[in-house]
Design a protein around this ligand. Structure first.
Ligand SMILES: [Zn+2]
Length: 313
């Protein structure tokens, strides 16, 4: 077990930005930085970890979350677009650089872990946490288990085919959920219909005064409700958490989604559907939890971070 004065670090590696967080035993934030991801991500992660340890020698463990196909058990990434992380044992490389125990996780599952421990799903025995941003994914939490999947690709719900003969998706298929309901999909479909380039948040704001915005938004809700009905009927979770940039719309998103889900599940009660409490910082908090675990501490069980409800998109 680390000393009572020990600190824990988390690093959230994204395709465009990298964030780091240093917290104390009680989950109090000591340091929080965001900067651009450089092409050589592994050397950047190692240099950042070395810097954090130099500035805060009490850091007892480091957690790193990355996107892609992540094998948490073996510390490797099979595939992560735009990042040079494939087939390297990342915790070994980082520990070698900075001299601290290190644990690797998946960004989506890390975000789900944080929402479960001290966010919107806190107190639920089972939950599905769904960040909606450029893409859509889900992390599946059951008692004592975060299910990564046989090939570490669980929760790729953005590519569930929702509409037969639907619009094309970047994955090569047609009618995928992401095409209709991701923030990127909503903005793209609005632009295709109007020629106007804007954000999903703006499309949401135009509802009621712009019939095309209404149609695009309603289609996003319809596709999401179809997939949430499938998730509910397959897994029967206690709680579904909607996170990511689109959850900034709050009840404007959640209320019609609850109504649509309830209508599709006429014969049973739908699970509790809530917005993320940690917003864009959920993955980073998940990384800090992994840093705490890497050091052999379970201090994270009593953390109560201030909610980072994300504003805007
Ligand atoms: Zn797809």
């Amino acid at each position: 077990m680390p000393a009572m004065s020990a600190l824990f670090a988390g690093i959230d590696v994204g395709g465009t930005s990298m964030k780091s967080l240093v917290v104390d035993q009680s989950g109090g934030v000591i340091n929080h930085i965001t900067f651009a991801t450089r092409p050589r991500a592994l050397s950047q992660i190692s240099a950042l970890a070395t810097d954090l340890v130099a500035h805060y020698p009490s850091v007892a463990g480091i957690g790193i979350v990355v996107p892609g196909t992540v094998d948490e058990k073996n510390g490797t990434v099979g595939y992560a677009s735009n990042l040079d992380l494939a087939r390297i044992n990342i915790p070994e490389a980082v520990t070698h650089a900075c001299g601290r125990p290190t644990k690797l996780g998946h960004d989506g599952r890390g975000a789900g872990l944080a929402e479960n421990l001290f966010g919107a799903a806190h107190g639920s025995r089972s939950s599905v946490v769904i960040p909606i941003g450029t893409g859509i994914s889900a992390s599946l939490h059951f008692p004592g288990l975060v299910w990564p999947g046989f090939t570490h690709q669980s929760g790729e719900i953005g590519h569930i085919p929702v509409y037969v003969d639907g619009e094309p998706c970047a994955c090569g298929q047609f009618g995928c959920l992401e095409v209709y309901s991701s923030a990127k999909g909503i903005a793209s479909r609005y632009e295709a219909a109007t020629g106007i380039s804007t954000s999903a948040a703006h499309v949401q704001e135009l509802r009621g005064s712009d019939p095309i915005a209404d149609a695009v938004w309603n289609k996003a809700i319809e596709a999401l409700s179809l997939v949430l009905a499938q998730i509910t009927l397959t897994l029967d979770p206690e709680c579904i958490v909607i996170g990511g940039g689109l959850s900034g719309a709050g009840e404007a998103l959640l209320r019609p989604l609850r109504d649509a889900l309830t209508a599709r599940l006429e014969w049973r009660t739908p699970p509790r559907l809530v917005g993320s409490a940690l917003g864009d910082s959920a993955g980073l908090w998940g990384a800090a939890v992994l840093g705490c675990e890497a050091s052999g501490s379970d201090a994270f069980l009593s953390w109560k971070p201030e909610p980072y409800r994300q504003q805007g998109h």
